[in-house]
Design a protein around this ligand. Structure first.
Ligand code: ATP
Ligand code: MG
Length: 186
């Protein structure tokens, strides 16, 4: 278990009055799960479960990159609520080397993390800072007009359903039976 350099702080609001959760982590692999947990808790607390999976994935990839590719002993993860349906995830580290999104070859095991972030976020970017950098991404819930067309419960015409065909066959058989019975009894 990584030692926390600073306790999680939920009381924060940023300078723009946005909800903020932030935590500083030791730059060790175990911290990735803790960073993901910070995202999970923020999404639950801010009732953004609809985007929780994507927020956790982005946090996980950016935190993993800080652990693997940055330098010095710590990195910071900050989540900020953007209204009620979006979150900004920021990962700060002490390396001034900027991440590079590249297309991983079919047989390459690594090199897909940022491509994933690019795929599941609305936008992402990097900011160079005097002592390192910030990598950030915005994850938003789909807006009403983007939501998929609701699936009709059943568009099969009534006469084409198995039930109506069975009823139809039943009626035909009864009619034939009574016809045959009528002919014989005359
Ligand atoms: N925080 C960072 N600091 C410095 N370099 C970075 C950072 N994040 C990413 N990079 C650079 O950008 C490259 C691409 O990152 P990406 O996450 O796409 O792939 P990866 O980390 O190499 O592999 P994967 O995420 O698939 O395990 C990295 O190989 C690394 O060179
Ligand atoms: Mg990566």
């Amino acid at each position: 278990m990584a030692t926390r350099a600073k306790a999680r702080d939920w009381a924060y609001e940023d300078e723009a009055g946005r909800r903020m959760a932030t935590e500083c982590f030791d730059r060790v692999p175990e911290s990735v799960a803790e960073a993901r947990q910070l995202a999970t808790e923020a999404m639950a607390k801010w009732q953004m479960e609809a985007i929780a999976d994507r927020a956790e994935l982005v946090t996980s990839e950016l935190a993993t990159n800080a652990v693997l590719h940055a330098r010095r002993a710590a990195f910071r993860v900050t989540l900020r609520g953007l209204g009620d349906h979006a979150v900004r995830i920021e990962v700060y580290d002490f390396s001034r080397t900027m991440p590079a999104l590249f297309v991983a070859g079919a047989h390459q095991v690594h090199g897909r993390g940022l491509a994933l972030v690019d795929a599941v976020s609305q936008c992402w970017g990097t900011d160079r800072l005097p002592w390192g950098k910030r990598v950030w991404a915005h994850v938003e819930a789909p807006t009403a007009y983007e939501s998929p067309v609701p699936v009709q419960p059943d568009e099969t015409p009534i006469w084409a359903t198995r039930k109506s065909q069975a009823v139809y066959m039943g009626v035909v058989l009864v009619a034939m039976g009574s016809l045959a019975y009528g002919t014989r009894s005359r």
